[in-house]
Design a protein around this ligand. Structure first.
Ligand SMILES: C[S@@+](CC[C@H](N)C(=O)[O-])C[C@H]1O[C@@H](n2cnc3c(N)ncnc32)[C@H](O)[C@@H]1O
Length: 663
């Protein structure tokens, strides 16, 4: 994870480290050994008793959330299915091969057991009908949608290009890594006897049949409204969608009930943070009729379109929608306030001038996230030789000034339920890393709900390029390669530290560090002698110049603050996969290991001295001791080689001496 306040390490004993690597390597080996072998049929009774036992254990809290850090392997990416359901050929469980992706095929199964929900995956038992054969089905990290477990949200699934493999626990399993590879059948027949393994009386056709009995759009609207009243947003969304699908073939509503369906779904979409669809729905709901009743309804639609645009950071568009709303309802106070807010954001976007005092005060009042715009006018992305792309300033910036300010694409704070720090074993580099899994999950969810954002996220640096940055929409949503998201998060996420100070103690344990993705800032490369630093005010990230920066100069901040060359180099390689070649690293690399060791020891001594001795009012003898320590550290630096470079080991002792000497 990237800077600052990041947590790169979770302490593992050598034995734990060895066991973790061995478990995952053994599983990989088992997969390799069995690849392409025919699947061995399972015993339905054994499978069902396993799931029931595991479900009981998880109910008793024995396998659910605990302080233990979740670990899973990464580094064997495979692409999601990009073929529509209708173009896939059905496959039987009996035809599956081990550790194989069944490209071009689709498996329709019925869930016949409860779902065992664990932190990093969920699993259940499914049955092929009419054969009655059963199999384990596992959905990995990206297993929930708006807080609901996907496997639990239905009982008939269509699995696209099924992947049959061996689970991390060594069991044969169908495994889903990309949420777009599983569809819940809309015509799911609610089973009165839901969990009877071996029941093969019902048949499920592989292709979808129209829902029976058919409801009218008005009835779907009423069902949607009822679900909304019950706060079941997903059901309300589904009901309105069914109504919309009945009345529109070309996306254009024709009568009042259809306009209502769109307007109501816009409301639900706002609540679900599905902003793209919220905006589109609100605009589709516009009747453009001039009578008072329709004017009032259209005003509501403009308001919803404006809120969606505002939350997407499209402030110009938001402003236009609120202006249209005010034309229809000139006395609407809320619309006037919203218009003013949009205008303020546009000004921030343009000038980079923020009322930081007011923002800080709003944080004290508990208002989060910060209501502010992103300011990136003075920076641009360009190639940075040897470092991929980097961020450059387009004009001179004075020391202390704001280079840019950015709101995150997504942030998960340590105190939030979604926070989850995991350990990953990357089979590509044989490395164990700390990974903000909760952030990755939230990003996948946000992108699935807001396809307009896919391109900018997928453009970020990651080792595995997956589908690159192309947006592919299939069946009912965008195809998101979760392995690509993993690699992007691993190299670009920031650790902003706890959201609150003083309160919410313990919000950053081993398993719940805060993490976020600030897209433009993610283009900034590392240097051990940076010219900029990060600050967070709530979720607003400020990048400030630490010295004056000339026009067209590249911006750098320090990903890793350790003064110890070896520790710093190891962290840069382990977390970000590169060797720093800045002048400071060059100079430190040229020092002999003995000199580096000596300097490290002296620095520790200096730190202990500074902690133990108060500078103000220090006696002469104590100051002399500090100066001797300073001199010893100075002697570890080669004057010629370190000319113009920071001598980082001296920082604390020199600060102490300066303070002690000003009396
Ligand atoms: C947060 S991204 C920075 C933007 C990235 N350079 C790009 O092209 O999108 C971090 C990645 O940039 C590269 N990087 C950053 N600083 C570097 C440096 N000083 N030297 C070499 N590579 C660097 C590494 O590949 C690292 O994993």
């Amino acid at each position: 994870m990237a800077p600052a306040n990041q947590r790169h390490t979770i302490f593992l004993t050598p034995e734990e480290d060895r066991r973790l690597r061995k478990t995952f390597k053994d599983r990989l080996q088992k997969c390799r050994d069995l690849t392409g072998q025919p699947r061995v049929p399972t015993d339905p009774k054994t499978l069902s008793s396993q799931v029931i036992q595991a479900d009981l254990l998880s109910d008793m809290g024995q396998t659910g959330r605990s302080d233990a850090v979740v670990a899973f392997p990464v580094g064997n990416p495979y692409p999601p299915c990009i073929v529509s359901l209708q173009d896939l050929q059905p496959i039987e469980l009996a035809d599956l091969l081990v550790d194989t992706h069944h490209r071009g095929r689709m498996l329709t199964v019925r869930r016949v057991s409860p779902v065992v929900k664990l932190q990093a995956y969920s699993w259940t038992v499914v049955q092929k009908i009419p054969s009655g054969e059963t199999e384990r089905l596992e959905m990995s990290l990206h297993k929930s949608k708006h807080g609901h477990d996907i496997l639990e949200s239905g009982n008939i699934f269509q699995i696209k290009e099924p992947y049959f493999t061996i689970s991390d626990q060594g069991e044969p399993t169908l495994r889903i890594d990309h949420p777009s590879d599983i569809a819940i059948r809309k015509d799911t027949i609610p089973t009165e006897r839901p969990f009877e393994v071996g029941d093969s009386t019902a048949t499920i056709p592989d292709t979808q049949t129209p829902a029976l009995p058919t409801k009218t759009p008005k009835e779907w609207k009423e069902e949607g409204n009822a679900a909304l009243k019950q706060k079941d947003l997903l059901l309300a969304h589904s009901n309105y969608t069914q109504g919309i699908q009945l009345v529109t073939t070309d996306g254009t509503p024709k009568e009042d009930s259809t306009f209502d369906l769109f307007r109501n779904r816009a409301h639900v979409n706002l609540a679900l943070n599905r902003l793209d669809e919220a905006k589109a729905d609100a605009l589709s709901a516009l009747t453009n009729l001039g009578d008072d009743r329709h004017k009032e309804l259209d005003s509501k639609s403009y308001s919803r379109a404006g809120i969606a645009a505002y939350n997407l950071g499209s402030f110009q568009e938001a402003k236009q929608f609120f202006e249209e709303q005010l034309k229809l309802s000139p006395n609407d106070k809320e619309a006037t306030i919203r218009l003013k807010q949009a205008e303020k954001r546009l000004k921030e976007q343009e000038t980079g001038s923020y009322d930081l005092k007011k923002i800080k005060a709003s944080l004290l009042m508990g208002h989060r996230p910060v209501d502010a715009a992103t300011f990136t006018r003075n920076v641009k992305i360009k190639d940075s030789p040897g470092r991929g792309r980097g961020l450059y300033v387009t004009c001179a910036i004075k020391a202390g000034d704001i280079v840019m300010a950015e709101k995150p694409f997504c942030v998960v704070w340590g105190h939030e339920a979604q926070a989850l720090t995991a350990m990953t074993y990357d089979t590509r580099h044989d490395r164990i890393r700390v990974f903000p899994a909760g952030l990755a999950k939230s990003i996948v969810q946000k992108l699935s709900d807001n396809p307009s954002q896919v391109e900018k996220i997928m453009d970020l640096y990651g080792d595995y390029r997956g589908l690159d940055k192309q947006l592919i929409i299939r069946d009912s949503g965008p195809v998101i390669d979760t392995f690509q998201i993993h690699d992007i998060v691993a190299r670009n996420a920031f650790g902003p530290g706890p959201a609150y100070t003083g309160r919410h103690q313990g919000e950053q344990g081993d398993s719940n560090a805060s993490a976020g993705l600030w897209v433009m800032a993610a283009y900034i490369n590392h240097s051990c002698i940076p010219n900029a630093k990060l600050e967070y005010i709530g979720d607003l990230m400020l990048i400030r110049a630490t010295r004056s920066i000339s026009a067209n100069e590249e911006i750098f901040h320090s990903y890793e603050g350790s003064n110890d060359f070896d520790a710093r180099s190891a962290a840069l390689m382990n977390t970000w996969g590169f060797t720093c070649d800045c002048k400071l690293c060059e100079a430190e690399k040229a020092d002999s290991p003995d000199v580096r060791k000596k300097r490290g020891e002296l620095e520790k001594e200096a730190d202990a001295f500074v902690q133990g001795e108060t500078a103000s009012g220090a006696r002469r003898m104590v100051i002399l001791k500090a100066k001797r320590l300073e001199k010893s550290i100075q002697e570890t630096y080669d004057g010629e080689r370190y000319k113009g470079l920071p001598r980082t080991a001296l920082v604390s002792i020199q600060k102490w001496i300066a303070e002690a000497s000003t009396r």
